[in-house]
Design a binder for this molecule. Structure first.
Ligand code: S3P
Length: 172
């Protein structure tokens, strides 16, 4: 595959289980782009898992780390930034995202999301409420913020990773 150079960063946002990690991994292979998996970098730097960071330092501390990382990444170009599901909830994070480049919102129905997250245990926000009504409710509460942050919206329901990436590349 030919290397494609974007003079901006691609910022992936969306609810937990929307497909941010899967799509970023595929873009990495397709375009030889570096991927910044925000949760992973934060966990590595802090030397503890995301649930532990929430438990020990609290959510605000975690959100501050997200903001700082978004600012740090503005010095780079041609990278895919895979945000945490809650990153766009802070208005200042949205401002920093937009400075990075194109913000792509991945969406899916609550049923699809439930199916994708039901077996994982690394998401403290839903760990004790892993059911469709809770997911639907939280998604509804976040919807306006996600949509306000997005330059491009892609629904992932029933689509393969390749199909989502094709749609994304067309819309970039
Ligand atoms: C969160 C989503 C998680 C992670 C943290 C908080 C959220 O990321 O950043 O658990 O508030 O939606 P994923 O979307 O990668 O699961």
């Amino acid at each position: 595959q030919a290397r494609k150079l974007f003079d901006y960063n691609i910022v992936l946002i969306g609810f937990m289980g929307a497909g941010k990690t899967s799509i970023s991994e595929y873009l990495k292979t397709l375009f030889a782009m570096d991927v910044i998996e925000m949760d992973q970098i934060i966990a590595e730097r802090e030397g503890m898992s995301i649930p532990d960071i929430f438990e020990v330092h609290g959510e605000q501390y975690f959100r501050d780390l997200e903001t700082n990382l978004l600012i740090e990444m503005q010095e780079r170009k041609n990278v895919v930034i895979s945000c945490g599901g809650g990153t766009p909830l802070r208005e200042c994070n949205v401002v920093e995202m937009k400075k990075n480049g194109r913000v792509v919102l991945l969406t899916a129905s609550p049923e699809t999301i439930f199916d994708r997250v039901k077996d994982s245990h690394d998401r403290p926000v839903i760990e004790n409420n892993k059911n469709v009504p809770f997911i639907a409710d939280l998604m509804e509460k976040r919807r306006a913020k996600y949509e306000a942050a997005a330059d491009i919206v892609i629904n992932t329901d029933g689509k393969s990773i390749i199909e989502v990436c094709e749609e994304l590349v067309q819309k970039l």
